[in-house]
Design a protein around this ligand. Structure first.
Ligand code: SAM
Length: 284
């Protein structure tokens, strides 16, 4: 998951809140990184979550749909046919490079630049709002949920997707434990952003605080694909400051142990890691 799961050099992050600097510092990605996200990371991980997200969203003909933190638009573009005829789909993201790729791939969606902290839309304009694989990046998740609630009409649906906590990840959890053994306790934090909204009941409490009534929480497990165990380890390490902390012998030992830990997830040479996550649907 490190291809898009790193804490600092992760191109899919819209803002940087690394230790020591909790101020939001915009982290813009370039066109090449956005293309890489679409070509490699969407098929490796993100595409697998579109089905459960749109199932929970129950998009139907005529719906006005907003996909928040849309990235290159994997959810938004799948919603286009569901909302037709008569509906429309808008995708909003902080990063213009992501939006440029999104526009090239699917011009029928209205792509807008904006921050979830202050969505550039009037109140109550959308029937359905989705937010896939992004809530854990937001410096103020409660503020983000309040904005999602504001732009969704009363009786509409807000669907937020997140990955489960590390302890609930069958492959990734033990792997991070092993890395922590070699690289020290900070490794858990460095590799931890993607799992930081892993508790749906905490997110549900947050929803209640901003006036969103939770309708359902559904847990799912979906595969993430890597070319090999070694590719996964190297991507994870290179995507984080772990890169600078590990000497070659330590990295070699980690590689050996990674093969042992993950061998049951190798299929025809390819690593197929189960990723646990959930969708939470709520209504204003
Ligand atoms: C892991 S990507 C997920 C993208 C897309 N939802 C998907 O499933 O492929 C996270 C996205 O969140 C966006 N993002 C991060 N912080 C944001 C913010 N404050 N407002 C809007 N978008 C944000 C990033 O630019 C990035 O495109």
């Amino acid at each position: 998951m490190g291809h898009a799961m790193g804490r600092v050099t992760d191109p899919s992050r819209g803002s940087e809140t690394d230790a020591g600097d909790m101020a939001t510092e915009q982290f813009m990605i370039d066109a090449e990184q956005a293309e890489a996200y679409e070509e490699r990371f969407v098929p490796a991980l993100f595409r697998q979550w579109v089905e459960p997200v749109l199932e929970a969203a129950e998009v139907g003909p005529g719906d006005q749909v907003l996909d928040v933190a849309c990235g290159t638009g994997v959810v938004a573009r799948a919603a286009v046919t569901l909302a037709a005829p008569g509906g429309s789909v808008t995708g909003v993201d902080l990063n213009p490079a992501m939006l440029a790729v999104a526009h090239r791939v699917e011009p029928r969606v209205s792509w807008e630049q904006g921050d979830v902290a202050a969505l550039p839309f009037p109140a109550g304009g959308f029937d359905v709002l989705t937010c896939q694989a992004a809530i854990f990046f937001f410096p103020d998740p409660a503020g983000a949920l309040a904005e999602m609630r504001r732009v969704t009409r009363p009786g509409g649906r807000v669907v937020v997707h997140a990955f489960s906590s590390l302890h609930a990840q069958p492959a990734y959890g033990p792997w991070v434990e092993m890395v922590t053994h070699h690289a020290g306790p900070e490794a858990t934090e460095l590799l931890g952003t993607y799992w930081s909204q892993g508790d749906p009941s905490a997110l549900a409490d947050c929803c209640a605080d901003v006036g969103l009534r939770v309708l359902a929480v559904r847990r799912h497990t979906r595969p993430a694909f890597f070319p090999s165990v070694e590719a996964m380890v190297r991507t994870e390490v290179n995507a984080t400051p772990l890169r600078d902390r590990l000497d070659v012998p330590t990295l070699d030992r980690m590689l050996v142990e990674s093969h042992e830990l993950l061998e049951t997830f190798v299929e025809d040479g390819r690593l197929v890691i189960p990723i646990a996550g959930y969708t939470l649907s709520a209504t204003p």
